[in-house]
Design a protein around this ligand. Sequence first.
Ligand code: FEO
Length: 172
Amino acid sequence: MMKESLVKAYSTQANAEWYSAYLYLAMCSHADSLGLKGFANWLYVQYQEEMAHGNHMYQYIAERGEKAIFSAIEKPEKVEWASLTEMFEQVLEHEQKVTGLINDIATLSKNENDHASYNFIQWYVDEQVEEESSADEILSTLKFVKEDPVAVYNMDKEFQARVFVDPFANAK
Ligand code: FEO
């Protein structure tokens, strides 16, 4: 069993992860509309990762013998971006916001003396370091090259190679 406050917090976070998926799918669609297949692929993999995060949290709640609380997933706040730089600024800002949410859950899990939940959330604490770092790296490159078409073309080619690897495949 889990305390109600934690069921609420984990359910809200599952929803936030699914929202992240939705946001990245909107970005993927925008990149696709620009003909940037590699950026679209990178964002689609991001979408798949966020779906996996939400599902993983939902499964954790169920594993603890609780019922997740479902609420509406908001529509993406934006579906158009003026530039790739602006888009990746939002990716970074969004991930920084998610880091804050994850940290709050870690604190709550600790305060509620739920060590299983505290251990569970540590995977996400590490994951957020990687999420922020990869968004920051892409954003810095876009700023550095000032979205020079040849550089963007090369980035797009590179991003075509990204594949989704289910981080929880072995845990099932
Ligand atoms: Fe589920 Fe991008 O963090």
